[in-house]
Design a protein around this ligand. Structure first.
Ligand SMILES: [Zn+2]
Length: 974
């Protein structure tokens, strides 16, 4: 269809059309004539279609209105009254993406699907939900998703409950969240960016039902909306649907939601805040120092891109001068930058971690004097080239992994569109890149530093310091506050509160009626593709090395991955192996010092990443640990990539111990962030390490055991430096060995010859020795641990390896996982318990894992896990329900894969012996699931849970209260 500018189509007038070569799309910008709703369509050949509707939602305070509304909108609507509408869609659609997101200035509701019928179904549910949600007449929705007083018996203590309340309590547990929050509040005291749209748990309970409804009325209107469509769908039909089904019923309303700018400061400000650490933890060396500026505007795509590159070259790469200066100053142990190009005025921060309050002035001096030097002496041109190339590679590759491309483009467009500027400008990066390349010959980036950092008083200096017992004090204060509140209530009011608590619980435990569920549009089993997708893989041999070739269109990029068998590393050396994965390519080599090497890598490649995974054979259960090297480059740059791989794998020089020291400290810091932000994976890894040798291996290269080892290396580095350097050199020669190697190349079929020609050059740099496999045995672990951190919420993990009980994996388990997660655990732990997230997973290797995320409870959650088999046995799932769960399970298996992901997945299947027949068999089992099958799995779960293996990461108070159930209680941070 050829749309004409100025013409109207189903109520939408075309304002602009443009070919946007960078995203291989035709861009159409419409305005809905009746409501002035804005609509963009990116027309292209991508079948992963996206629809998104966003509203400008300026928060007035930190009560979390935009965030609680985002949750509540998807809890039932006029046409679709099911109370857990969002989760019903997750259970039973073929979506490739389904979510809702709160930003500091907007709220976005995106869906994606490759199936046209499904796409329209999801679009309909989302549009009905945002414009006609049941939250307007059902106050229980805000209570459940936001906050409410909970009181089960008149004599109990009153507590606060609510999904967002707990989600944000979990978020506010991590020092980095507090840091980010304070950066914004210090820089934007007078605008929406100074408050938290997500909600500060201390003030969330001030939110009232009236404010809540008013906020929806004020902002969720077509006149305040931004609709985005992307993909190969029929644009005319999409416009017709949106107008006829929804927008035609509205008229224009003048809505004042403009995002105001913060006036620049006349002089910089300073601020000091505290964050909690455990009662017995040391406070030494745990302060964050942070210098922040308000820089350019996101509505200027060129400057916005320039600052992304500037942030990278100052702080991200190993060659980054500001990072080097700060680490060299000895004032702290880890340095990173923060930059957010999604808010109107882009904040830029330099953060020094593991410092102390007394270093504050010196920190500021080092930052400013380093920036002065860069302006006066010029930035290394090679570093500039490297940083521009690295960004350019990412822009052209546009590999967003499991996220739909359309989602990223929509978010990019909104950075200008939301502020009344052209939505296509941020997608058209070629003109900006061209300007930025002037930085290679002129002082482009130096001028940016001079203007936006050195001569800019809109700046804040922040100190975020640890305080022991802060969390305990706050807990006491909160209990007192709630006790005081209770004291103001009359006996009648207390009885009323108990009744309200019961009424809410009753509502939450009453399933939706079949009639309300039936209103949700559904696909049928015939919409499912019965065939499992085949991934391209050709087995070859080059110079005696096995090579897996995955031929497909990759837009001139070659993905070259190396897999070294690391079952040759002795158990005590495993932490050093994990360190090796962080060190290689970031330390000196025979021909380059580490800064120069970093520049070479960015100039010639799209990056090289190192990691370790412990796979297991699908059929024999043999443990298959692999040191993985994932690299990419343009095809024409393959020779340089291979040369650099040879350099880092064969000729790394570990003797620069001061560099090594920085990396060890940085690794410690990153593991701490993993513990704070991925506590559920820490709990999970620890749990399975109770059971198998493979998981014990994993615990030593990724889990809490690794954190312990790395902490010791960091704390005693000076005495251990030689030993560590020696270990690394030895491991590199043992692991990076030709006879341990498997190669995987993903590229176009015609490009294989380029690879073949260059490949043997790599082998010259690798030793050729007969590997000596290690037989691993570890001392028996202490099971059932309680691991406490300064956090406020729990991450409860329970499970077992059912293969050890003689059971085998079947495709039916995917269906049971969907039921367990989205019905049983969701209702019990999230809706009723207030936990933010739940897990129910079965792996091919026999792992059954049940988990909770940001959970206010502990013992109660373990009880809920134990009740799962009985729930599965006693529920009569009808044919329609089972079909729904099958659809939901298939959609999580059939997520579209990018070329790099296809290559990796095909390789892993080959390594683990997971054949196409195995995959097809599991798919058949899944699609043919019956009630009988589901009940059969209940027995496996029952037997597994009866082994009673669990692990909990949680708050000190909660873990210590339940210490009777643990064999060991451990303080995570010392
Ligand atoms: Zn949320």
């Amino acid at each position: 269809m050829d749309f004409k500018t100025g013409e109207t189509y189903h109520g939408f007038k075309l304002l602009e059309k443009e070919n946007i070569v960078e995203v291989q799309s035709k861009g159409l910008l419409f305005e809905h004539e009746k409501t002035r709703a804005r609509l963009v369509k990116l027309e292209n050949s991508d079948d992963n279609k996206l629809f998104s509707i966003a509203f400008r939602t300026p928060p007035q305070d930190s009560r979390g209105l935009p965030h609680i509304l985002e949750h509540s909108v998807l809890c039932g609507s006029r046409k679709f009254p099911a109370r857990e509408l969002f989760v019903e869609l997750l259970k039973g659609s073929l979506n490739t993406f389904l979510n809702a997101m709160t930003f500091p200035d907007k709220t976005m509701y995106p869906i994606a699907s490759r199936n046209t019928k499904d796409f329209f179904n999801l679009m309909s549910v989302y549009l009905d939900s945002v414009f006609h949600p049941n939250l307007l007449n059902q106050p229980e929705i805000m209570k459940q998703e936001g906050w409410h007083y909970e009181l089960h018996n008149p004599d109990d203590e009153i507590t606060y409950k609510g999904v967002v309340y707990n989600e944000m309590r979990g978020a506010y547990s991590a020092p980095e969240t507090i840091l980010r929050r304070e950066i914004y509040s210090s820089l934007f005291p007078d605008t929406v960016y100074g408050v938290d749209s997500g909600g500060d748990p201390d003030v969330i309970p001030e939110l009232t039902q009236e404010q809540f409804r008013a906020y929806h009325r004020d902002y969720y209107h077509p006149s305040n909306s931004y609709i985005y469509l992307y993909g190969d769908g029929d644009t005319l039909e999409e416009l017709r649907f949106i107008n006829d089904e929804y927008l035609k019923d509205f008229s224009y309303r003048n809505i004042n939601s403009e995002i105001k700018e913060q006036t620049a400061f006349e002089k910089p400000v300073e601020k000091v805040v505290d964050y909690p650490v455990s009662v017995d933890e040391t406070e030494d060396g745990k302060t964050y120092l942070c210098l922040n500026w308000v820089t350019v505007k996101s509505t200027d795509p060129e400057l916005s891109l320039a600052f992304e590159i500037l942030g990278h070259l100052l702080l991200k790469t190993p060659a980054a001068p500001l990072k080097k200066a700060l680490l060299g100053s000895g004032l702290g142990r880890d340095v990173f930058g923060l930059l957010n190009t999604e808010v109107l005025q882009i904040p830029f921060s330099v953060v020094l971690k593991n410092s102390s309050e007394g270093n504050r002035d010196e920190f500021e001096k080092v930052v400013l004097s380093t920036l002065h030097d860069l302006v006066n002496n010029g930035i290394d041109k090679k570093l500039i080239e490297a940083s521009i190339n690295s960004k350019e590679f990412l822009l052209r590759e546009a590999d967003f992994k499991r996220y739909p491309k359309g989602l990223f483009f929509a978010m990019k467009s909104l950075s200008t569109w939301l502020h009344n500027r052209n939505p296509f400008a941020p997608l058209e990066y070629e003109p900006s890149l061209k300007v930025l390349r002037r930085g290679l010959t002129e002082n482009y980036f130096e001028k940016l530093i001079d203007k936006y950092l050195l001569n800019n008083s809109h700046r804040s200096l922040l100190t975020v310091r640890p305080r022991r017992g802060l969390e305990e004090d706050r807990t006491v204060a909160l209990r007192q506050k709630l006790a005081d509140y209770k004291a103001t209530l009359s006996p009648e009011e207390i009885d009323k509160l108990v009744l309200q608590t019961q009424a809410l619980a009753k509502r939450q435990s009453t399933p939706d009626t079949p009639e309300s569920l039936a209103k949700i549009p559904r696909l049928s089993r015939s919409d499912i593709n019965n065939q499992a997708e085949e991934l391209p893989l050709a087995e070859k041999q080059e110079a005696g090395i096995p090579v897996l070739a995955h031929h497909m269109f990759t837009n001139s990029v070659a993905y070259l991955n190396l897999y070294f068998d690391c079952g040759v590393v002795t158990a005590p050396d495993l932490p050093y192996l994990a360190l090796l994965a962080r060190v290689v390519s970031r330390i000196d080599t025979r021909n380059h010092d580490y800064s120069d090497l970093a520049n070479e890598l960015e100039i010639h490649t799209g990056g090289i990443d190192f990691d370790i995974f412990v796979y297991r054979s699908i059929h024999t259960d043999a443990m298959l640990p692999r040191f993985q090297v994932q690299s990419k480059a343009l095809i024409r740059k393959l020779p340089e990539l291979i040369k650099l791989l040879g350099e880092v794998l064969g000729h790394s020089d570990f003797s620069n111990t001061s560099r090594l020291k920085d990396i060890v400290h940085e690794m410690k810091s990153q593991l701490e962030m993993k513990i704070n932000y991925n506590s559920h994976s820490i709990a999970r890894e620890r749990l399975f390490s109770y059971m198998t040798v493979a998981d014990q291996y994993n615990e030593r290269i990724a889990g809490l055991a690794l954190y312990r080892s790395v902490s010791d290396m960091a704390d005693n580095f000076d005495v251990r430096a030689e030993e560590i350097a020696g270990k690394l050199a030895n491991l590199a020669s043992v692991v990076f060995n030709r006879q341990n190697l498997l190669v995987s190349i993903t590229a176009g079929e015609n490009d294989y010859s380029v690879f073949r020609k260059e490949f043997s050059a790599l082998l010259e740099h690798l030793p050729d020795a007969v590997p000596v496999p290690v037989h691993y045995s570890f001392s028996p672990p202490v099971i059932n641990e309680g691991l406490f951190t300064p956090g406020k919420v729990q991450y409860v993990a329970k499970g077992f390896n059912f293969r050890q009980l003689g059971y085998e994996y079947t495709g039916v388990m995917q269906v049971v996982s969907t039921i367990s997660k989205l019905t049983y655990l969701w209702n019990r732990l999230r809706v009723r318990g207030g936990a933010y997230g739940v897990f129910a997973q079965f792996s091919r290797n026999g792992e059954l894992f049940l988990g909770s995320y940001r959970d206010p409870n502990l013992a109660e959650t373990l009880e809920v896990f134990d009740g799962l088999p009985e729930f599965l046995r006693s529920t009569d799932f009808g044919e329609e329900q089972i079909t729904k769960y099958i659809l939901g399970s298939i959609s999580s298996i059939d997520q579209p894969l990018t070329p790099s992901m296809k290559g990796i997945r095909a390789t892993i299947r080959w390594i683990t012996g997971n054949t196409q027949e195995d995959i097809q068999k599991a798919r058949d089992q899944l699609i043919e699931t019956t009630l009988e099958d589901i009940r059969g799995i209940a027995d496996i779960i029952d037997d597994s849970l009866k082994k009673n293996y669990f692990c909990v990461v949680g708050s000190e108070t909660k873990i210590k209260q339940s210490k009777g159930i643990f064999n060991s209680v451990i303080q995570v941070f010392k």
